[in-house]
Design a protein around this ligand. Structure first.
Ligand code: FAQ
Length: 326
């Protein structure tokens, strides 16, 4: 339902009447659908964010896929395999949501492979031990859920709806990771040490997943106005720390931040300085695994060329058969 009628002509504060009407719909909590009029900046921001998100799901399969053949039991292998397959599915729903904005999936994939499009910084770190599978589920999926639950209420309908299913699956991913961490942290001293070492390596990169501090985030203010983002990077990061610190206590593991402590008057945990130089270095392509990840994606794309060619050929054959039967 359109909340209010606005005059169709005239510009105020640099905004056209059409833009003001669009903003009024957003302010009233209406959902924007693919065929609705939208400002070009809104469309571009969504394409950027949704496609980066899709690329993150696809590249995000690689660190965990590394452990499928080395999972310690058949049960663990089946769970990990299902999780990695889920990430592929998330990538596909998200590419689908981006396509509703008038961009093709092949263009988005080309941009990733050409190094023009970003994916989450977190997937540029190596997975060295089995405990990394637990830590990724616990921290990385935990951070992903923290960021994505609000996105289920974002202003763009196709993105919001894709996020509902994705969040349900991410929640299973987080649980399986926490279960691995519970077993390791209550296991032998070698297992506890492995769990602690994984937490030491993944803690700070997980905090970086939420993006730069609000004061340095070029997109947050406008994205919040458009309800593409409902909470800022710093707000989400703080919520994540507040939720995760007691979980680490429960596991008997120590978060590698000497400044981390409960601040009763603020009602939040205080925490230490994040190394933003490391974050910017990783998103510029210089993290420990950026080159490996891109090499793997390019090889997978080349290896899959025959599948895409066969699918196109088959679709054309079906179309021709349908046309001749009609
Ligand atoms: N990594 O102004 P902002 C997952 C870039 S899915 C790389 O704050 P924005 C599931 C940002 O793009 C994880 N780049 O930008 C899983 C921008 O660059 P640009 C992915 C980053 O968009 C789990 C620039 O910095 N989730 O984990 C990062 O308003 C386990 C300035 O930043 C999503 O994509 C970063 N961490 O806020 C899979 C969720 N942070 O484009 C497998 C949706 C920032 O101007 C295993 N996305 N940048 O060149 C979002 O919520 C937002 O896009 C943010 C960034 C919060 C990521």
């Amino acid at each position: 339902m359109y909340t209010q009628m606005v005059e169709v002509v005239g510009e105020q504060n640099g905004e056209t009447a059409q833009e003001r009407h669009f903003q009024a719909r957003i302010d009233a909590g209406e959902t924007i659908e693919a065929k609705d009029w939208m400002p070009e900046g809104y469309r571009k921001t969504l394409i950027r964010q949704i496609s980066q998100h899709a690329h993150s799901e696809i590249v995000g399969q690689l660190p965990e896929a590394n452990w499928i053949t080395r999972a310690p039991t058949l049960r663990r292998k089946a769970i990990l395999l299902a999780k990695v397959q889920d990430e592929a599915g998330h990538g596909l729903y998200l590419y689908g949501a981006a396509e509703t904005l008038g961009v093709s999936r092949s263009q988005l994939v080309d941009d990733l492979l050409a190094g023009k499009a970003k994916y989450s910084s977190i997937f540029n770190y190596p997975t060295l031990t089995w405990a990394d599978m637990g830590t990724i589920g616990w921290l990385v999926d935990g951070a992903a859920i923290m960021n994505q639950i609000p996105l289920c209420r974002c202003s763009y309908g196709p993105y919001a709806r894709a996020m509902i299913r994705i969040c349900k699956e991410e929640s299973f991913h987080q649980r399986q990771g926490f279960e691995i961490m519970t077993i390791l942290s209550h296991g032998t001293s070698a297992q506890r040490a492995m769990a602690q070492d994984a937490l030491n390596r993944w803690w700070w990169p997980s905090l970086m997943m939420f993006g730069p501090p609000d004061a340095e985030s070029p997109h947050t203010a406008q994205s919040k106005r458009w309800k593409i983002k409902l909470l800022t990077n710093d707000e989400l990061r703080q919520r994540f720390i507040d939720q995760t610190a007691p979980q680490a206590d429960y596991l008997g593991l120590k978060i590698p931040d000497p400044a981390l402590r409960w601040n009763a008057s603020a009602g939040h945990y205080d925490f230490g300085q994040i190394d933003w130089a490391e974050f910017y270095n990783v998103i510029k392509g210089n993290g420990p695994c950026n080159r490996d990840r891109m090499r793997a994606r390019r090889a997978a794309h080349d290896d899959g060329a025959w599948v895409r060619a066969a699918a196109i050929e088959y679709a054309q054959k079906r179309k021709a058969e349908e046309a001749s039967a009609a």
